[in-house]
Ligand binder design. Structure first.
Ligand SMILES: *[C@@H]1O[C@H](CO)[C@@H](O)[C@H](O)[C@H]1NC(C)=O
Ligand SMILES: *[C@@H]1O[C@H](CO)[C@@H](O)[C@H](O)[C@H]1NC(C)=O
Ligand SMILES: *[C@@H]1O[C@H](CO)[C@@H](O)[C@H](O)[C@H]1NC(C)=O
Ligand SMILES: *[C@@H]1O[C@H](CO)[C@@H](O)[C@H](O)[C@H]1NC(C)=O
Ligand SMILES: *[C@@H]1O[C@H](CO)[C@@H](O)[C@H](O)[C@H]1NC(C)=O
Ligand SMILES: *[C@@H]1O[C@H](CO)[C@@H](O)[C@H](O)[C@H]1NC(C)=O
Length: 293
């Protein structure tokens, strides 16, 4: 009789201890397994060394969890892929375990695109993601359609990639929360902007060789526009469309070749509160603040 009770008690203590252990281990099993799968791709020697089979993945390098839920909220995977490898395609499904992810840095990994087994072209499905850094990779114009499901996205970095020629950003049409888009140092000739980006405030297009940016006038909330290091003498429609940028607060034109008549039309018609210009050849620098106020 007594020994039976002791057995029940021992089993009870064992079961409660088990529960206790899996709770204090912090990270979620599903997310730990997904991280280990990602490690095959982010395989640079000496990086992510503590990503090993067992342990609390919330303590691993490059991972941040929410302290109360134990869910992964940030992944800093920049510069973690083996440099010897040529351009590569990343399986977007490997991120589907991270339902609470808010920030993802994939910068400097020679990634050329996302793939998945099958399904729609909106590959990355992370409904809480707010900040995505894809800079210094090899993404081409197709990247925009892969990102169309990131409904919480606020900040997107696509600078220093392989965007080329006519760049149609319409894949981002449903990203109503997107505030900041970085696309500098690409080879964009013409930009096609959708109407849906109604939160977009900051647009960075430095050194992209742009010659047709007329669709930018359809972005209603644009406050900061960086067009520095572009060749405006090639831009046939510049004067016409700059007239329409009446809402811009900060316009950056450093290092861009401009004709003086164009400058007048910017200052008088567009009246930005801040206008930044610097011309390396003639060593002059201008900064107007609240030009007409
Ligand atoms: C952690 O998760 C809780 C519950 O979902 C949430 O209230 C809190 O804001 C989160 N904290 C961070 C830093 O994300
Ligand atoms: C991503 O990592 C790179 C390289 O360390 C860093 O320069 C960049 O600021 C990071 N991106 C964000 C959005 O913090
Ligand atoms: C992508 O990852 C998922 C989940 O691990 C897997 O089922 C699928 O086969 C992978 N797809 C490719 C193309 O490797
Ligand atoms: C841009 O892409 C969208 C769909 O992604 C398409 O409907 C639209 O016609 C394209 N615009 C131009 C000017 O090619
Ligand atoms: C800008 O474009 C004009 C016209 O095509 C060309 O003559 C000039 O050399 C270009 N300037 C630079 C700095 O590339
Ligand atoms: C710029 O504004 C003028 C006058 O309001 C308008 O006729 C023209 O269509 C606009 N241009 C663009 C590219 O929206």
């Amino acid at each position: 009789m007594g020994s039976k009770w002791v057995l029940v008690l021992v089993i009870f203590i064992f079961v409660s201890l088990q529960g206790c252990l899996s709770q204090t281990s912090g990270c979620w099993e599903e997310e730990r397994v997904a991280l280990l799968q990602l490690k095959h791709f982010f395989n640079r020697p000496n990086s992510l060394r503590d990503w090993v089979e067992l342990g609390d993945c919330c303590q691993w390098e490059a991972v941040t969890c929410n302290g109360s839920t134990g869910r992964v909220i940030s992944l800093f995977l920049q510069d973690t892929r083996d440099r010897e490898l040529r351009e590569s395609y990343l399986n977007a499904s490997l991120f589907s375990a991270f339902g609470q992810l808010m920030a993802l840095n994939l910068s400097r990994n020679s990634i050329a695109g996302f793939v998945e087994n099958k399904g729609s072209d909106k590959l990355l499905r992370l409904s809480n993601l707010e900040n995505l850094d894809l800079s210094y990779n090899r993404f081409n114009n197709n990247i925009f359609s892969s990102l169309g499901a990131l409904s919480s996205l606020k900040e997107l970095y696509l600078n220093d990639n392989g965007l080329k020629g006519v760049v149609n950003v319409s894949g981002l049409d449903s990203l109503y929360n997107l505030e900041s888009l970085h696309m500098g140092n690409n080879e964009i000739g013409k930009l096609i902007f959708p109407k849906g980006l109604r939160a977009l405030k900051y647009l960075y297009l430095e050194n992209v060789g742009i010659h047709d940016a007329s669709s930018l006038v359809s972005i209603p909330s644009l406050a900061t526009l960086d067009l520095s290091y572009n060749n405006f003498s090639e831009m046939t429609t510049t004067q016409e469309y700059l007239h329409n940028f009446t809402f811009i607060e900060q316009l950056r034109l450093d290092g861009s070749s401009l004709h003086i008549s164009l400058l007048q039309s910017i200052v008088v018609v567009t009246s930005p509160r801040e206008l930044w210009m610097q011309n390396c050849q003639s060593q002059w620098r201008l900064r107007f603040s609240r030009v007409l106020e």
